[in-house]
Write a protein that binds this ligand. Structure first.
Ligand code: NAD
Length: 490
């Protein structure tokens, strides 16, 4: 199967074929570094979703019943093909999303790793035997749901495709993927690679477009489980729509993640991790280190270090592999710049950044930005900015940094920097977050469960835990005795 170049017109990918959208409308995607149009992409509709779901339903029984060893080998071939195409995929992602080429490459390598990791699980999805006595054999089996809808955001488009599609497929589900409207290209290409590897055409479908196909998928009678990654308000809409059809949802939502720097921390090391944690991918990461909560005894040293780090960044188009690329789209740049205004109006100190770098107003660039003297109840400490904007919050001996850390609606990740093992372990216990890092940031890998407490989500992605989103448990009871009339629960 030949694939299209980034600049073509891109149709939907349903049943292994490119199809124009039902109403013939296309969206324009833009290079975030220049604002220039790069591609036209089908604006899928509810009618297109109906067609894709019907195809996925039809493909579902055969894929579910494929020998698990073969299913695993097929998914492993996807991993190999992704690895063979790392450079092309990274260039595509870099063009569409805006991120530096080396970060795009790392995302694609990690996408391959998801396929390889879950491939190995295909023949190990074991049930249990339940000891209910000699009169009955009782066991559980794990079965796929059927059709999995995957709704993706724009910050790690290809990587998050793999994060959801790999476990869904391995568990025996067919999928309909709805990428974000500004970053659809890697999903289309990855779906083609799935087909090339031998995944049946109808088992992986991509309906591009905006909110309409997303909403149509979440309320669809033919969809059996929904995996949504995106913002809290859209996640709430997804959950409400899924209630109508009693469809289970996995929600991977936003964060406002605290990094606590204790007085005994190695401050230089803490600066390095927070720098990576907030400025990678221009801060467009759900698990970014958004709030540094720093003890007053090391505050000055920390601020000096992080401001110097922020000021050292070279910005440029992702294709030139700079330290930081542009934000993904114009509306998002505006939103991030609005938050800079909010921070200043609230009385925080703008220690560095906060604007569009000189001579770079064609693309959607925002300087690495550090606010200091932030109070935890300010909007810039409570709301997800999703850009390269760090809020540094000082705390004194009379304050509990963990209370400050927990005092937000989110609970995705949290980090602590300290040399004291007891302090670290007590903090990990008390922090309200799905992932806690000690003396590092981005500690999660493809193998580790990832997901939010509180408003940051429901369910877990990554690791073996993710398979629970794609498998339901059936219990089987076999009577070994003639007759019998036990009441339920006996
Ligand atoms: P978004 O909520 O605006 O959109 C996400 C997806 O939902 C897009 O594909 C969009 O087209 C679709 N959509 C829009 N309206 C819909 C509707 N009514 N029903 C169903 N789908 C609909 O999010 P975004 O701006 O693309 O992404 C940024 C957000 O994603 C941030 O909040 C970030 O923290 C979060 N995120 C979370 C994780 C995680 O693993 N927890 C990972 C990446 C991003």
């Amino acid at each position: 199967m030949s694939h299209q170049s980034a600049t073509d017109r891109h149709d939907l990918l349903v049943d292994g074929e490119r199809r124009p959208p039902a109403d013939g409308e296309y969206l324009t995607t833009r290079d975030p570094a220049t604002g220039e149009a790069i591609a036209e992409v089908a604006a899928g509709t509810a009618e297109d979703v109906d067609a894709a779901v019907a195809v996925a339903r039809e493909a579902s029984p055969a894929w579910r019943d494929t020998d698990p060893v073969e299913r695993g080998e097929t998914v492993r071939r996807v991993a190999e093909l992704v690895r063979e195409n790392v450079e092309d995929l990274a260039e595509l992602e870099c063009l569409d999303q805006g991120k530096p080429l080396s970060q795009a490459r790392s995302d694609v390598e990690s996408a391959a790793r998801y396929f390889a990791y879950y491939a190995g699980a295909a023949d190990k999805l074991e049930g249990t035997s339940v000891p209910v006595g000699t009169g009955q054999v009782d066991y559980t089996v794990r079965e796929p749901y059927g059709v999995s809808a995957q709704i993706l955001p724009w910050n790690f488009p290809g990587n998050l495709f793999a994060r959801g599609v790999a476990p869904a497929l391995v568990a025996g589900n067919s999928v309909v993927v709805k990428p974000a409207p500004t970053t659809p290209l890697s999903a289309l290409r990855l779906a083609e690679l799935c087909h090339e590897a031998g995944v049946p055409a109808g088992a992986v479908n991509v309906v591009t477009g905006g909110g309409e196909p997303g909403a149509a998928l979440t309320g669809h009678e033919g969809v059996d489980t929904v995996t949504f990654t995106g913002s809290v308000p859209t996640g709430q809409a997804v959950m409400k729509a899924a209630a109508d059809t009693i469809t289970p949802v996995t929600l991977e939502l936003g964060g406002k993640n605290p990094a606590i720097v204790y007085p005994d921390a190695d401050v230089e090391e803490a600066v390095e991790w927070v720098d990576t944690g907030i400025f990678t991918n221009a801060g467009q990461i759900c698990s970014a280190a958004d709030r540094a909560i720093v003890h007053e005894s090391v505050y000055e040293e920390f601020v000096e270090g992080i401001v110097a780090a922020a000021e050292s960044y070279q910005l440029g188009p992702g294709s030139e592999d700079p330290d930081m690329g542009p934000l993904n789209h114009a509306d998002h740049q505006e939103k991030v710049l609005d938050y800079v205004d909010v921070g200043e109006r609230e009385g925080a100190t703008l220690a560095t950044g906060g604007g569009v770098p000189d001579g770079m107003d064609e693309g959607y660039f925002v300087e690495p930005t550090v606010f200091t003297d932030v109070e935890n109840d300010m909007r810039i400490a409570q709301e997800e900015v999703f850009g390269p904007v760090l809020a540094v919050i000082p705390y004194g001996d009379d304050e509990d940094p963990i209370e400050l850390a927990n005092d937000v609606q989110y609970g995705l990740v949290a980090g602590v920097f300290t040399q004291d093992v007891r302090r670290a372990m007590n903090a990990t216990r008390r922090l309200e977050a799905g992932n806690v890092y000690v003396n590092k940031w981005f500690g999660d890998t493809n193998q580790t469960p990832f997901g939010g407490y509180k408003h940051s989500g429901i369910g877990r992605e990554k690791g073996l835990a993710a398979l629970d989103s794609y498998l339901q448990t059936k219990n089987v009871a076999v009577n070994l005795e003639q007759g019998g009339s036990d009441l339920p629960g006996a």
